[in-house]
Write a protein that binds this ligand. Sequence first.
Ligand SMILES: NC(=O)c1ccc[n+]([C@@H]2O[C@H](COP(=O)([O-])OP(=O)(O)OC[C@H]3O[C@@H](n4cnc5c(N)ncnc54)[C@H](O)[C@@H]3O)[C@@H](O)[C@H]2O)c1
Ligand SMILES: O=c1ccn([C@@H]2O[C@H](COP(=O)(O)OP(=O)(O)O[C@H]3O[C@H](CO)[C@@H](O)[C@H](O)[C@H]3O)[C@@H](O)[C@H]2O)c(=O)[nH]1
Length: 452
Amino acid sequence: MKISIIGTGYVGLVTGICLASKGHKVICIDKKQEVVDKINAMVSPIYEPGLEELLIKAVSSGNLIATTNLEHSVLNSEVSIIAVGTPANNDEIDLSYIEKSVWEIGSVLKNKNCYHVVCVKSTVVPATSDTIVKNLLEKASDKMIGEIGLAMNPEFLREGKAVEDFMYPDRIVIGAHDHRSFETMKNIYKDFFNAPILHVNLRTAEMIKYTSNALLATLISFSNEIAALCEKTKNIDVKEVMEYVTLDKRFNPRIDKQLVNPGMNNYLKAGCGFGGSCFPKDVKALISYSKGLGYQPQIIDATIKINKEQPLRLIKRLEEKLISLKGKKIVILGLAFKPDTDDIRESPAIAIINSLLEKGALIHGVDPIAIESMKKVIPEDKKSVSYTPDYVTALKSADVAILVTSWPEFAAIPPEAFNKLMKTPIVLDGRRVLDKKAFEAAGVVYMGIGLA
Ligand SMILES: NC(=O)c1ccc[n+]([C@@H]2O[C@H](COP(=O)([O-])OP(=O)(O)OC[C@H]3O[C@@H](n4cnc5c(N)ncnc54)[C@H](O)[C@@H]3O)[C@@H](O)[C@H]2O)c1
Ligand SMILES: O=c1ccn([C@@H]2O[C@H](COP(=O)(O)OP(=O)(O)O[C@H]3O[C@H](CO)[C@@H](O)[C@H](O)[C@H]3O)[C@@H](O)[C@H]2O)c(=O)[nH]1
């Protein structure tokens, strides 16, 4: 099929490249010329494992091109997928990018005579597609929805695993205004063999996306609350508790008596809090949507509150240990909000560094790829903040190291290196990926989230 994708960020680019690799003819549209130029030059504008290899194949096979020309792209495609940002504005969803792109598409459709489906892939609060999007499209095109197709197809990919998640989805949710819109969208996904394609109405599709993110975020805050209790009780380790609780087959289904999900990859890992461009923004948008309906949410309100406190609890524990953090050299192992990405949006590292700076500490941030992104938010300054990709340089004569992002390379640092390099070898494991016994055997003071 011929598909145009409006907005070529994480979601738009991954969608475009993956659909092109399934044989569709894809045009990626972005308003940023530098993004378009990079794509056409077969250089990925974002860091995502496996993406650039697929991009090279997609562009060289002629299945993918990028442009800033929306009109030409919409006229030359059967479906337009909208993947522009829906950022938070004072904790409410900002729909201005959606509105602008819908208007632009509608204006082109005014002069297009064959059937065209407009599909919202961006995350939008329930009833956005069947009210705001529908009204704008009808007004701009001078046509009724029905004559133009309308769908909402939420995206569930995770950064760092985006290609894998897109190519092998657990389910494909298609909210459709009518049967014809649904059938057209279904055709796009006909070669995604193992995923069920679920047909729902537009607003249900929107609610499924928010519910998914709110549930996953709530599981993390729940685990962090249990971690706080474990820290106040000697000899209980939250890692052990959560691991054994989740052996229950209601969390960990079995096939032929074998665990399907043995690594506890189920959002019940306590840590220094969830970050990223989605969980914080989407849970807050759901809270604001809910309040707008006159319902005061309780659980998801607590999810955000616990997440805000979680990085600060870490600092409090350090203060209890060291009395004062003033002048202490503190190494932050990990700046990205999770491994395998250079994205630092809402990363717990930001709250941790800012709080430590307020207390007069000196920061040495380490990350394999997220340093440049972090410098834009917390710039390097010779006195109190510096960054390096090299942990050896950072750890030299440090007072404390805090592991914030579970990059595998940090878990692979030998415990002896901390003892040898640091002034006072104290390690605070904010992701529980280090081996406490090995650290203690190497003479390092080990502190961990969810462990007294
Ligand atoms: N990032 C994720 O992992 C993820 C996963 C699932 C869903 N989502 C949702 O998908 C949406 C997009 O997220 P993202 O992270 O890809 O955003 P992003 O900020 O990375 O990318 C958005 C892109 O849209 C472009 N753009 C904005 N208005 C435009 C217009 N009128 N015409 C052409 N281009 C335009 C911007 O230049 C930018 O490159 C959001 O609603 C987000 O909540 C994101
Ligand atoms: O047990 C866990 C699992 C995750 N996290 C943290 O949660 C955050 C988000 O992680 P993850 O879900 O892997 O990354 P995202 O790329 O933000 O993906 C989420 O947000 C996307 C955007 O909406 C959705 O598409 C995905 O389904 C949803 O998982 C990160 O800071 C993680 O460190 C934990 O603290 N404990």
